[in-house]
Each structure stands twice: as structure tokens, then as C-alpha cells.
Design a protein around this ligand. Structure first.
Ligand code: BEZ
Length: 254
């Protein structure tokens, strides 16, 4: 098995066409954050910054980070204070009232490092409010992707981390957070177009994209999933499951 680069390559144009729903569906986690004017907020995994703009509109002072230089460029073009940073190695100390994250934490497969960095970044009274893929997220697509690789003798890959409520609560509590809210929310999500666009945007690490097999794999996966995920009018709906939570700092100040 040759070495493969499984890092996802983000393309803001493709993201805008195939994944605009990601920020459009961010309202519930924004409500849970309940941002107040004047608060200092870190947007962790800001993507192209569409949701970050809502934090700014709410009067927050926002720093946005993302590991993708292309996505950070896109945020900077919108006037956002954005920088390239790996969420698993956050470089802030005690500066934020809140750390916010939507649809990004499932790309960070070292959750202990993420949570420790978030806790360090927060003020003693700070909160961590986020939504990510949870246990069972896109399970049918993941199974089809995995089988398509197996049929070709390709090694298994999985760039996604979809924890259960129990697992993530434990990680948060071990890091010192109190967890007043944590829930798993099934959210079947209609795609704006074909499954192909979703696969190209989100599943590049599975698809051996540099090879001629990529097209063949996409066709095979779409054929396998059409009976369950595509309706009679041709509309695709993917089996998303969200994990939404709030962790509150509980520093011992004695
Ligand atoms: C998500 O937002 O849950 C997600 C999107 C694409 C791939 C994996 C997870």
C-alpha cells in the first residue's frame, strides 16, 4: 500500500456550491451560544466565514481559525480576522468569553488536544459551544465509501470523528468542563444537488482522487445509495446526525 495523502483539500467555490447548507443550518448552535455584544469569541474551524459573520453581526469581537489556507483566504476576503491554525494545536491563553464551532470538530481526530486547547483559550468564565457530526453521522455513505475501497484492495481510511454523547461528555469533563447541554440530533439533510458534489467536497480522502478509479467509485457509490437516499424526484437526502453541546469552564479559583 503506497502512502496516501488523506488530508481533505478545501475548495471554497465547490464548498459554496455543494455545502452552503452547512452554515445555513447553523442557527440552532448559534442560539445555544447566545452571543452577546462585546463578547470575545473564537470561531474554531470557520470555513468560508459565513457563520462567523453572524457572530460579528451580533456585536462580538471574533477571531476565526481554520486549518485550510484556502478557507482562511475566503474568510479574510469577507473582512474577517481569520488565520490559519490547526484546531488540535490552538495557540491562545485565557482570552475568549466563548469558543464556538460548527461542523468542524469531526475533522479533528485528536479530540483531547482540541478540548485542552479550547480550555486554555477560554477565560475562567468561558463557555465552549459547538455542533459536529455525532455517532451514526452519514453512516450509510461511510459504509459505501469503505466498501468501494475494500473492493479495490485499498487500505481503510476515516478522516472523520463522530463521537457518542457519552464519549464526548467524558472527554469534556475530564478536561474540567461542566456539561449542561449535550445531545445527539438526527438531522436528515437534503443536498442542493447530486451526491457526486457532496462526495467531491467532503469525501476526497476516500476516493483516491488522483486515480482514474475516482469516477468509477463515485458512480458505484451513487448507484448503491440511490435506493435509500434518493427520492422519486431525484432529490438526495443524507443521514446526518449532529452532536450539539455546551461545556462551561469550572476553573477552581481558590
Ligand atoms: C458533517 O457536517 O457532519 C460532515 C460533513 C461531511 C463529512 C463528514 C461530516
Amino acid at each position: 500500500m503506497s502512502e496516501e495523502n488523506i488530508a481533505t483539500q478545501w475548495d471554497p467555490v465547490g464548498y459554496d456550491q455543494n455545502a452552503r447548507f452547512v452554515s445555513d443550518l447553523g442557527e440552532p448552535v448559534l442560539q445555544l451560544l447566545n452571543p452577546k455584544s462585546g463578547e470575545t469569541v473564537l470561531d474554531l474551524g470557520c470555513g468560508d466565514g459565513e457563520l462567523t459573520l453572524k457572530l460579528i453581526d451580533a456585536g462580538c469581537h471574533v477571531i476565526a481559525v481554520d486549518s485550510s489556507p484556502a478557507m482562511v483566504e475566503s474568510s479574510l476576503a469577507k473582512g474577517i480576522n481569520a488565520r490559519v491554525m490547526d484546531g488540535q494545536h490552538l495557540e491562545f491563553e485565557g482570552v475568549f468569553d466563548a469558543v464556538f464551532s460548527n461542523a468542524a470538530l469531526h475533522w479533528m481526530t485528536q479530540p483531547r488536544e482540541v478540548i485542552a486547547g479550547v480550555r486554555r483559550a477560554l477565560k475562567p468564565t468561558g463557555r465552549f459551544v459547538a455542533e459536529m457530526g455525532g455517532q451514526g453521522n452519514v453512516v450509510s455513505v461511510l459504509a459505501a465509501l469503505t466498501k468501494a475501497r475494500q473492493r479495490r484492495g485499498l487500505a481503510p481510511v476515516n478522516p472523520w470523528y463522530f463521537p457518542s454523547v457519552e464519549e464526548y461528555r467524558q472527554l469534556l469533563e475530564e478536561a474540567g468542563f461542566q456539561v449542561p447541554v449535550i445531545q445527539l440530533i438526527p438531522r436528515p439533510t437534503a443536498l442542493p444537488g447530486e451526491l457526486r458534489g457532496w462526495l467531491e467536497t467532503f469525501a476526497g480522502s476516500f476516493l483516491n482522487t488522483a486515480s482514474a478509479e475516482c469516477e468509477e467509485m463515485i458512480a458505484e457509490i451513487a448507484e448503491e445509495l440511490a435506493p435509500t437516499l434518493r427520492d422519486d424526484s431525484g432529490k438526495w437526502t443524507v443521514d446526518y446526525v449532529r452532536l450539539r453541546f455546551m461545556g462551561c469552564n469550572s476553573f477552581d479559583l481558590r
